[in-house]
Write a protein that binds this ligand. Structure first.
Ligand SMILES: C[S@@+](CC[C@H](N)C(=O)[O-])C[C@H]1O[C@@H](n2cnc3c(N)ncnc32)[C@H](O)[C@@H]1O
Length: 213
């Protein structure tokens, strides 16, 4: 299983990274924790190294996220893939403030926030134009079995070629959802797993004609 290269850049190496913007996003509303930058420094380094490597592999034009929270992941994508469009699905209505802040600071392509339970909002989502497929998904919303399983099912429905799932090590229900998903969806394989306490699994959708082993 591949891990992130220990010499690879983390978010702290990215030109333009603004800690004060992270602070403003974090302070935009009170509740909750567990976002990309609400972690130990070592955790942030490992997770963002891993995510930046996965994003590089995907070279996304469109990104989907479940679990918007404070739009930290959206900020990482805006830094690493400045031309990518992001659709983010989250339960906290206050996340709109963070998305508005990010859009005001960084401009287009604007991040689109879809408020509500992803079990309903993502079910209603289509990538619209056939060529406008989602290239990368970050599954980091509800960590219960039903929500995580549904989020993964929608990634498969949208034929997302690269899917990263957070908290596989930290949340047993997420690990169960992932295991069941990989057993059912043989078109996906796990290609990497991060070392940090949360644990990100990177799944890749096999290309047509590429057999499952
Ligand atoms: C760990 S935080 C997400 C962190 C963020 N993805 C990041 O990388 O910075 C999880 C978020 O998922 C949201 N959430 C929980 N259940 C959800 C659901 N059913 N639909 C959408 N969002 C949900 C929570 O409200 C919380 O804001």
């Amino acid at each position: 299983m591949l891990h992130a290269d220990l010499q690879a850049p983390s978010v702290f190496d990215l030109p333009g990274f603004a800690p004060e913007l992270v602070q403003a996003l974090t302070d935009a509303f009170e509740q909750g924790e567990g976002s990309t930058f609400q972690n130990s420094r070592a955790g942030i380094v490992e997770q963002t190294r891993f995510l930046l490597a996965a994003l590089r592999a995907a070279a996304p034009r469109r990104v989907l996220e479940t679990g918007t929270h404070k739009a930290h992941f959206c900020y990482l994508v805006r830094l690493a893939c400045p031309d990518a469009r992001i659709d983010t699905f989250g339960l906290d209505p206050e996340s709109q403030r963070c998305v508005d802040l990010l859009n005001a600071r960084l401009g287009p392509p604007l991040v689109t926030f879809h408020p509500g339970d992803s079990k309903a909002t993502l079910a209603a989502f289509e990538a619209r134009e056939p060529e406008e497929t989602i290239d990368f998904a970050w599954v980091d919303g509800g960590h219960d079995l039903a929500t995580c399983s549904r989020d993964l099912e929608h990634c498969a429905r949208l034929r997302v070629p690269h899917v990263c799932v957070d908290d596989v090590r930290g949340e047993p229900q997420v690990a169960r959802a992932l295991q069941a998903f990989l057993a059912t969806h043989r078109e996906y394989e796990q290609v990497a797993f991060s070392r940090d306490q949360r644990g990100i699994a990177h799944l890749r959708r096999r290309a047509a004609g590429e057999g499952a082993t």
